[in-house]
Design a protein around this ligand. Structure first.
Ligand code: APR
Length: 191
């Protein structure tokens, strides 16, 4: 897999400006909520999860431990979302959600991936968030094909925006411009 990092900062805007697509590092986004592509253990990991815990500091892990103890002793189920502090990140909350592992597409992956986005958006709205930034959930270690994930994300977000007024701004942050392009092409927005 070869990926090229290019300059950050190109923004594409959809859904009357409510959806922004951007290349960059999720930990550097200023938004009320930053979403973490976690695992059900909520104890951190690699990829986005590792980057968020490193940049946000130990307060996030402390709250994750309390959530495990008090609410989810068996782990956060796939597709569900919980919030913690954002620690040192430039955000008010981190919302942790667990994406599906890709098993070929016949194990409910699209429904579970959609649920990650809809459950975190509903939670962000309850928290009064005006903006929320997402990484490309499940498309790294969990192996969800980027183009198939893009279609699920686009359908989920456009449906949500039709029916809900908040959060006002949803930012999809792709780690490489190659990933952004896959999203734009898969949703018929680019190329
Ligand atoms: N900012 C934005 N995107 C990032 C960053 C970052 N700092 N780091 C990685 N990415 C991108 C990856 O390139 C990929 O496209 O985020 C996407 C999701 O990748 P993963 O972080 O591997 O997440 P996921 O596929 O959902 O796997 C979750 O990985 O580390 C573990 O604890 C985590 O077990 C969980 C699993």
């Amino acid at each position: 897999m070869s990926r090229t990092r290019r300059a950050e900062g190109t923004d594409f805007s959809f859904l009357d400006g409510r959806l922004r697509v951007r290349t960059g590092d999720i930990t550097r986004q200023t938004a009320d909520v930053i979403v973490n592509a976690a695992n059900s253990g909520l104890m951190g990991g690699g990829g986005v999860d590792g980057a968020i815990h490193r940049a946000g500091g130990p307060a996030i892990l402390e709250e994750c431990r309390a959530i495990r103890r008090e609410r989810f002793p068996d782990g956060l189920p796939t597709g569900e979302s919980v919030e913690t502090t954002a620690g040192r990140l430039p955000a008010r909350y981190v919302i942790h959600t667990v994406g599906p592992v890709w098993h070929g597409g016949t194990a409910g992956e699209p429904r579970l991936l959609a649920s990650c986005y809809s459950s975190s958006l509903a939670l962000a709205a309850r928290l009064g968030a005006r903006s929320i930034a997402y990484p490309a959930i499940s498309t790294g270690v969990y192996g969800y094909p980027r183009d198939l994930a893009a279609r699920v994300v686009w359908e989920t977000l456009s449906g949500f925006c039709r029916e809900n007024a908040t959060p006002r701004m949803i930012i999809l942050v792709f780690y490489s411009s190659d990933d952004s392009e896959v999203f734009l092409l898969a949703t018929g927005s680019g190329g």
